[in-house]
Design a protein around this ligand. Sequence first.
Ligand code: SAM
Length: 241
Amino acid sequence: MTEALSARGIEQVAGVLLDLGVSSPQLDEAGRGFSFMRDGPLDMRMDTTSGETAAAWLARAEESEIREVIRDYGEERFAKQIAAAIVDARGREPLLTTPQLAEVVARAVRTREPGQHPATRTFQALRIHLNQELEELEVTLPQAAALLEPGGRLAVISFHSLEDRVVKTFIREQSTADKLPRGLPVRAADIPPAPMRAIGKAIKPSDAEVARNPRSRSAVLRVAEKNSPSPVGEGRGEGPR
Ligand SMILES: C[S@@+](CC[C@H](N)C(=O)[O-])C[C@H]1O[C@@H](n2cnc3c(N)ncnc32)[C@H](O)[C@@H]1O
């Protein structure tokens, strides 16, 4: 982000909006392989010019790796059974399409979450892993904060708890002034303010929005504002009043 903006001669911005995750066109285009609802190749790359497809990764990954990715990024309690089923299935024939994977997963998932396809969590997990979504988010947030001018705002829309946890933690850390060791002869006025402040609480879609756009149901919007740096020592009568 910093590079892309500085290539355009932009050093500071008044606001950054991040709309995370996969887009509707990506979900709806069978050829992108993001959705178990459409028959397509097992790809799942957001950037199809680089990276490994889901089919290629599932063909070479260790059972333990597959289990960990599905457990950690899908929060799937049947990760162990699903990983074993994937390894068993690929031993018979390569998993190349979204329906193939969805079927293998559906057989391995013993219980059903109401209104949710049994492969939902596995597909989400593979997508997050293959696109390094959480890692990308962790390197993007500090850049966004650094690019903001004082008073500028960061707004992030996330779509699942793992993303939202990263955003929430970042905003909390940025909204906490440095804690100095006790007994240090520093006056409160001399402690630099926290870089940012959270604006309100997490914003969730209204029932009307979810009715209009069911894909918004898990969206969470969090906003933080860049604080103006206060010149250290102003309280001491030094420097401009
Ligand atoms: C939720 S969609 C944005 C949808 C768009 N705001 C809209 O309303 O139509 C997120 C987009 O970010 C892209 N994306 C994912 N990771 C990215 C990254 N690291 N850098 C830039 N774009 C990324 C995805 O390919 C996807 O198209």
